[in-house]
Write a protein that binds this ligand. Structure first.
Ligand SMILES: O=C(O)CCC(=O)C(=O)O
Length: 266
């Protein structure tokens, strides 16, 4: 992670890393998802994410599909590689510290035209959330829960998808309710534009949400949540047998790096 990238992540609370996957790798991941489409579910209306905001409402829920790390070979392989992708490791080492771990299970967030958005959320101010935070101390960034999303389709301006309030991970006041609902102050909100193969990293402390999807092509983002090696937001899980040394390293339960915790070097 170079100095410019550190500056931008500290400034905005997110960073887009371009071309992490090749077009061939994107195609393989998409093929694996197509092969498992029968397992996907669309969020029902009673679990709507739009928070009752007419600016975020859609005519159906977003799609979700999990379990890809445990799919049969070869379908699981693209996702197992993403888990410890050598391009994102240096970023996570910097943002979360060496010994970072996968917290939540990976899932596909998919949206077809008309899919609803997600009301702004995130842990930024005014209270302190000891699991989701952004702190700058002793010359470096320290984050709790942090998201890395691998993009499997393009997100163009106006398509919808992930939105953030840049800089809000350092805010000290509550986000106004009308802004959380995307009903006011939209000029301070940024839709994250990216290409298939890019990775978006953002801290859960930055106020973020989702705009309804308007494009004819689907949105497909593989969402992974990592955290610092000493933290767990969701309960720890058993390390699967298929994991190689690098994959095991990010699936260890939380404990101090001083206790011989395996770390991913760059
Ligand atoms: O649309 C996005 O990428 C944001 C999703 C999100 O924040 C969530 O699922 O908690």
């Amino acid at each position: 992670m170079n100095d410019n990238e550190k500056y931008l992540f500290d400034l905005n609370g997110y960073l887009v890393i371009e071309n992490v996957l090749t077009p061939e790798e994107v195609a393989l991941a998409n093929e694996a998802i197509d092969h498992h489409q029968d397992l996907a579910r669309v969020r029902p209306r009673e679990q709507r994410l739009d928070g009752g905001s007419s600016a975020l409402t859609g005519d159906h829920g977003r799609g979700q599909l999990g379990g890809m790390l445990n799919w049969e070979e070869p379908w699981c392989l693209p996702f197992r590689e993403m888990l410890v992708h050598p391009t994102i490791v240096p970023y996570l080492n910097e943002i979360l510290g060496k010994g970072f771990r996968m917290d939540h299970q990976m899932f596909l967030l998919s949206m077809t035209k008309g899919a609803e958005g997600f009301i702004f959320h995130g842990s930024s101010g005014p209270g302190f959330d000891p699991n989701q935070y952004y702190i700058f101390r002793d010359g470096r960034m320290h984050c709790g829960l942090t998201v890395a999303t691998f993009q499997l389709t393009d997100v163009n301006p106006g398509d919808g998808g992930l939105i953030v309030i840049p800089g809000s991970h350092k805010s000290n006041f509550s986000c106004p309710q009308e802004m959380r609902r995307y009903e006011k102050y939209q000029e301070h909100v940024r839709q994250i534009v990216c290409k298939a193969g890019d990775v978006v990293i953002f801290t859960e402390a930055v106020t973020h949400g989702t705009l309804p999807w308007t494009a004819d092509h689907p949105r497909r983002s593989i969402l992974m949540r990592y955290t610092a090696g000493n933290l767990a937001y969701v309960p720890a899980y058993p390390v699967p047998e298929w994991a190689n040394e690098r994959q095991r390293a990010v699936m260890e339960p939380p404990y101090h790096t001083r206790l011989n915790r395996p770390v991913l070097e760059e």
